[in-house]
Design a protein around this ligand. Structure first.
Ligand code: HEC
Length: 276
């Protein structure tokens, strides 16, 4: 082999090594930044509205004020029908969430009555909620809820992740109540909402929020649109409370891999340059 050929073959081996490093880095990055919301639905997609959520993308974070307002909407409106079993009061004070202070969390929990017991006489009793308690359910069981509402309201802890379309779906559902077209029959106790593909546009939940319904203390306009966004962001946090930590880890892994690729690049160059 001529000197030139040796140079060329070692260079191409070097290039393929580098390509290998790049491929490994790309795969690892793919894992780190795996999408947090399920893919869009086929059926109701035509009616989905897309919101530019602050928590989207590899560096997305929650908006603390939106989470706090969203909690207020959840508490004053949604929690009268829906449970949220997987969220505990103390979660409201944890980093990456609404970050209420310890005193605020205590006060929020104490506004709820929680069943506890049995006491020494064997009786169940009620006490004010504490940080360790999950949000209490408004109904004793699904049957009771269904009997009074026409259908059982699903637990909201994971609903954003459980529906195709994720946060866009929940936001769109809350903002798409309208009069039914003339050819659609809406049975008693039903409401028309084209986003609710599962029920062919007929949903047992009446429109839960409308303009001005919940008082906001931070001066944000309390329009239907704003409240729907805020409560959806709150429910997204409930479903994925560690999103910010995950994104931060993803960033650290990316920096590490870029540094590693750089070191390997120079190491490989050094090794191959020593050969001739
Ligand atoms: C008056 C009771 C009531 C209130 C208040 C209420 N809901 Fe519902 N919700 C229901 C019922 C009942 C269903 C089940 C509907 C069905 O299956 O037809 C439901 C279903 C849902 C669903 C699931 C839809 C699906 O794709 O299956 C979501 C999401 C939801 N509600 C969110 C909310 C949010 C957010 C709020 C507060 C802003 C809220 N709800 C307030 C009764 C209520």
């Amino acid at each position: 082999m001529t000197q030139k050929m040796i140079e060329m073959s070692s260079r191409s081996r070097f290039t393929s090594k580098l390509a290998g490093v790049a491929a490994v880095a790309a795969v690892a990055l793919g894992f780190a930044f795996s999408p947090s919301a399920p893919a869009r639905a086929e059926g109701g997609e035509a009616h989905l509205k897309h919101v530019d959520w602050s928590f989207e993308g590899p560096f997305g974070t929650y908006d603390r004020s939106a989470l706090r307002r969203g909690y207020k909407v959840y508490k004053e409106v949604c929690s009268t029908c829906h449970s949220m079993d997987l969220v505990h009061f103390r979660n409201l004070g944890e980093p990456g969430g609404p970050e209420f202070t310890t005193a605020e969390v205590k006060a929020i929990a104490a506004e709820y009555k929680v069943q506890d017991g049995p006491d020494q006489a064997g009786d169940m009793y009620e006490r004010p909620g504490e940080g360790k308690d999950p949000f209490p359910s408004p109904y004793p069981n699904e049957e009771a809820a269904a009997a009074s509402l026409g259908a059982a309201p699903p637990d909201l802890s994971l609903v954003v992740k459980a529906r195709e379309g994720g946060a866009d779906y929940v936001y769109s559902l809350l903002t798409s109540y309208q009069d039914a077209p003339a050819d659609v029959h809406v049975p008693a106790g039903g409401h028309y909402n084209p986003v609710f593909a599962a029920g062919s546009g007929i949903i047992a939940m009446p429109q839960p929020i409308s303009d001005g319904q919940v008082d906001y203390e931070d001066g944000t306009p309390n329009t239907l649109d704003q409240m729907a966004k805020d409560v959806t962001e709150f429910l997204m946090w409930a479903a994925e409370p560690k999103l910010e930590q995950r994104h931060r880890l993803g960033l650290q892994v990316a920096i590490y891999l870029i540094a590693l690729a750089g070191i390997l690049y120079f190491a490989t160059r050094k090794v191959w340059s020593d050969q001739h």
